[in-house]
Design a protein around this ligand. Structure first.
Ligand code: G6Q
Length: 547
């Protein structure tokens, strides 16, 4: 860490001390413009409110100083220039190219990739239209009523999250299903209710070697062959991969194979052909609107000034909480049932990107990096883990996401949903003092002895920070904006922590280990002598159970 960076962190820590004892509510009382000052509107249909974090203009200035000390601007320029910023894999991270609808050249290294991106997208769109219109048919001449995406991690979570989020945009298209787990129950339960003659499988895998996806694809293939014959495979399978050679071996018709490039990371690939299941589900026009939302945020991230730049603010707020306030978790709570998979999607995006302990140069980090990300939709979470958020010993910052308008849902329900969201956000900030708790119990007619016993349990510290993302409605463009905002937030934090957010050696380790152990598990005669005592003991116990 350079002296300038160390000084920037030290100044933030000293400043945090000066805020001890002050209340967020007092900051509102002192500044009638606080909401306007600490919120950002994008056009007239997206609002980011971060005024309920206990911070001041000086906090932002000091965070800005830290961002400058870490060279955030230069890192952002390198990202958009298509430089090989994923240094451990020697690749660019140019997912923004996939949603750049401007018509301008897009550089990745020395190459202008616009033409090939557009050609591949057009191929995806043609196939999506053909499936939706019933022009592409199965082996028995039926159109497809169901599409099953087989993929895992980055080749699953994006389209699975987005099809749920955008279900009102499906129209007459087929239903979408997602099989990811190597547990055979996933495939079996998904196929139980489907008619194979009307089912299209999409095998999605960047590498086309991932154990789970290859096992599920082989089983799905066997099911099609058993039901409809070997020749049906080419009619019932499509594939998405960067390894087109491997796809051909599997027997997919080359006209149904869709590519992308190694400069698109798995968890950033929803914008690419990996979005095929989504493009079929919502149709090309809506998919383009989704891309447009991503592009809106790329422009905003590049152009907006620090104090009004939403992904920079999201990232720097996270740094404030993680490093200065030592907060180890971050909750994402959509008050939007259709975003039910969004927290899981962000869990991968954030924790796989910033779950790192060495800097770009390979030294141990000297500040904490990515927090634990978790969440569930509200109002459900209120009846479950919110207790800990309100009164637990750890303060956990929260992102609330909510639409101003319902999408094809009952207005009365939406008013209840919306008020619950704001009530929670307010309650986390306001809290309840001991005196307030006592007064409340007194008003309820309790005697002083009972009040003394009960009141401490009804105290809420307050000053628990939350942001609110308020959007007009959950349409494709808004979803594109949300996803891109979080992508760039993760990038900003990685820049501050000087880590590479684009590799995932922990995931690679899992793949290696699974491939080493599975032959030993599969063959009951194989020796376990080389394994550690626990692993050998567990395998022996299983062998006895299934003998
Ligand atoms: C994403 C990760 C990981 C990956 C899966 C699937 O960034 O690398 O989640 O997406 O392991 O990999 P394949 O697409 O290669 O099957």
């Amino acid at each position: 860490m350079t002296d300038v960076v160390a000084a920037a962190f030290a100044a933030l820590r000293a400043h945090a001390q000066s805020l001890v004892g002050r209340r967020t509510l007092d900051l509102f009382a002192q500044d009638p413009n606080r909401f306007a000052e600490f919120s950002v509107a994008l056009d007239d249909d997206f609002l980011f409110d971060f005024s309920k974090h206990k911070l001041t203009g000086e906090t932002l200035s000091l965070l800005r100083r830290l961002a400058e000390a870490r060279g955030l601007e230069a890192r952002r320029d390198a990202l958009f220039a298509g430089d090989a910023i994923n240094i451990t894999e020697n690749r660019a991270a140019m997912h923004m190219a996939l949603r750049d609808l401007s018509g301008r050249p897009i550089r990745v290294g020395q190459e202008n990739v616009r033409q090939m991106v557009e050609t591949e997208r057009e191929k995806v769109y043609r196939f999506a239209r053909a499936v939706r219109d019933g022009e592409a048919r199965g082996a028995t001449g039926h159109s497809f009523t169901d599409v099953v995406n087989i993929g895992i991690g980055g080749s699953d979570l994006g389209p699975a999250m987005a099809t749920r989020a955008l279900s009102p945009y499906r129209g007459e298209g087929p239903q979408a299903h997602f099989v990811s787990n190597v547990d055979g129950a996933d495939l079996a339960d998904t196929l139980a209710a489907l008619d194979l003659a009307r089912t299209l499988f999409i095998v999605s895998s960047k590498t086309f070697t991932t154990q789970e996806t290859m096992a599920n694809a082989a089983s799905a293939r066997a099911r099609i062959v058993a039901a409809l014959g070997e020749r049906a495979v080419e009619k019932h399978f499509a594939a998405v991969s960067t390894r087109l050679d491997k796809v051909v071996e599997f027997g997919v018709d080359p006209s149904r194979v869709f590519g992308f490039w190694d400069w698109v990371g798995g968890r950033y690939s929803l914008w690419s052909s990996i979005g095929l299941a989504l493009a079929i589900f919502i149709g090309p026009d809506h998919f383009t609107a989704f891309l447009q939302g991503g592009q809106d945020i790329d422009e905003h991230f590049r152009d907006a000034p620090f104090a009004k730049n939403i992904p920079i603010l999201m990232g720097m707020l996270g740094v404030w909480h993680r490093n200065i306030k030592a907060r180890g978790a971050h909750a994402v709570i959509p008050y939007d049932q259709r975003l039910s998979r969004f927290p899981a999607y962000l869990q991968q995006l954030d924790m796989e990107s910033n779950g790192k302990a060495v800097t770009r140069s390979g030294a141990q980090v000297d500040e904490a990096t990515g927090p634990v990300i978790f969440g569930e939709p509200g109002t459900n979470g209120q009846h479950a883990f919110f207790q800990l958020l309100h009164q637990g010993v750890d303060v956990i910052p929260i992102d609330f996401l909510v639409a101003a308008q319902p999408t094809a849902a009952d207005a009365h329900h939406h008013a209840l949903l919306f008020s619950n969201c704001l009530a929670q956000s307010e309650a986390f900030m306001r809290g309840r003092t001991l005196a307030e708790a006592q007064a409340q119990l007194r008003a309820a007619g309790m005697n002083e002895e009972e009040i003394d016993e009960l009141a401490p349990h009804k105290v809420f510290s307050g000053d628990r920070p939350s942001s609110v993302f308020l959007y007009k409605s959950l349409d494709p463009r808004t979803l594109g904006r949300l996803v891109a905002l979080y992508e760039h937030k993760v990038f900003v934090q990685a820049a501050i922590w000087d880590i590479n957010p684009f590799d995932q050696w922990g995931v690679e380790l899992g793949k290696e280990l699974a491939n080493r152990l599975s032959p030993i598990v599969a063959d009951a005669q194989s020796s376990t002598a080389e394994l550690d005592g626990s692993t050998a003991g567990l395998i022996a116990w299983r062998r006895a159970q299934i003998a």
